[in-house]
Design a protein around this ligand. Sequence first.
Ligand code: GAL
Length: 680
Amino acid sequence: MPDRRLTPDHTVPSPHRLAFGGDYNPEQWPESVWQEDVRLMREAGVTLVSVGIFSWALLEPSPGSYDFGWLDRVLDLLHENGIRVDLGTPTAAPPAWFYRAHPDALPVTREGVRYAFGSRAAICHSHPAYRAAAARITEQLARRYGGHPALALWHVHNEYGVPVSACYCDGCAAHFRRWLQTRYTSVEAVNEAWGTAFWSQRYASFDEIDPPRLTPTVGNPAQQLDYRRFADATMRENFVHERDILHALAPGAPVTTNFMTALSQCDSVDYWAWGREVDLVTNDHYLITDGRRTHVNLAMAADLTRSVAGGAPWLLLEHSPSGVNWQPRNPAKRPGEMARNSLAHVARGSEGAMFFQWRQSRRGAEKFHSSMVPHAGTDSRVWREVVALGADVGALAEIRGTRTVPDVAMVWDWQSWWAQSLEWRPSQDLDARERADAFYASLYDRHLTVDFAHPEADLSAYPLVVVPALYLATEAAGRNLRAYVENGGTLVVSCFSGIVDEHDAVHPGPYPGALRDVLGLTVEEWSPLLPGETVRLSGPGGAELGGDVWTEFVVPRGAETVWTYADGPAAGGPAVTRHRLGRGTAWYVSTRLDAEALAPVIDAACADAAIEPRSDLPTDVEVVRRSGENGAYLFALNHTDRDAKVPLERSGTELLGGERAAGHLTVPAGAVRVVRLDAE
Ligand code: GAL
């Protein structure tokens, strides 16, 4: 399909400003409050607000009758005040009348329970009446507001894939059969792909196939994997349907839908595929406060979002000014944390910082979620920090269109994650997401900016590529990684990768089928460890490392052993290996090493890749670069409680304070500095 991505100047609110603002829900407030809203928005430097995302019941109070008056007034008021609009199609929350007419459009769980009306996102994406109703309201909005001067961006639906990742109703069953017919043509091909000779699961016709509903014991893994693909493709089809209406009827504004790339927040969407369908990639990100280093998870989500956008500028469409309301415990952000969060996204490619939400609700499920205008009012820390951040975002306008500069790449594939997460794996403790987090943290701690890449993508631009979890690897992926190494790349692969093909069938021959050649080894057997068990590894110069969760009996076939199991089931055998192949090197790590234990392996791989260590940068002081026609920019974010010094390779001008900087940049505890480096 043609690349619909528009040029950066069409993607964000205006060519001259970064986006700053949030979800604005004026329908929850009397109109008298709106005047105060726009006055405060101006005070805070708001440039863009997201409107109408959940307004279907108000916009179409009964089938086919519309009330646009209030939205007209909101858009006009915003326009008069110089604020642009990200306008929602409200199709994530159909009204009560829709469900009265179509009760079977409520989704059904795997267990056969039908959800009820009264929340949001209760949608069976296969339902023809839902698709028709969504198309009608989208057409109405496109016709009415396509030419409105406030319109900057179309925001289709909301966070596809959460909270309902798939529906298992009879309508979806019929749709799934049609999807399978297109994908496989014949039922014999389905039988072959799903391995239905096993447990008498053979199908004589497509009519016999159902969604993978609740079964007494484990269901067919290939069927489950295909159902995840089907559910994802069905949601995407509905997005494309709305997008195409908007493109046809209101072509002036780009179309997005807000992603949730953080692996902790959405596991049901293959964002590689979605990234190709939107005009502008946008993302929502919320800190998960589980005691881990949240700024590292944030950086990872931002890097993943930029990668889904193909490296192009993207936009952070939601994050929280302070605490959220949906975790077991919801701490307030610490002073300065909001700005660090926002500007970390900007450093990693976002063209602004948007929040959920503008004014804190008095009613409904989200009334205890922080907002830009909190219940406490404007005499509050949150408001003062919002106003200060608005000024900072305003001062960074010139970075628009520049791109974040990556150092290394990490291979990630949602479909492999889906496959690895199915039941009856050798160990439930080996978790793809945990591996990705740990490898990312190890790279973050080396101050390396990470691009993510699909396993079949061109990797030749990166000196180092890490593969933390690629249980499912197609033959094409195997060939791709091999060619990358042969052509001079340095690869680091983690255990239990390269095992199955796209149908969850084990690659023929010894493990790891798809990656044997590139790694120069085979794995005869694996032996997961029990909770609390650990293994010791001995390595160069008598160094020691500790692993847990997983061990393997590795047989080198060309690779050299760098670290050896000192104890445990595979004692005396290779634990970490290195294979010279062509002009490059492939490392293999056969046990679970946490981020800290990975350090010597990553350091050695960096040495192979000729990546200089950045030991002059303190831990948790994040340094990221953006560069483009306007210039080269260095972002320094100090996540520690001590002032830090960041070496500058060139002198420059600090944009948030306006001072000149040379030699070293001092970044006070908790602060952010952005330097426009002088031209070379
Ligand atoms: C997002 C959602 C918003 C709001 C927010 C609260 O996932 O898109 O509408 O609910 O969470 O954190």
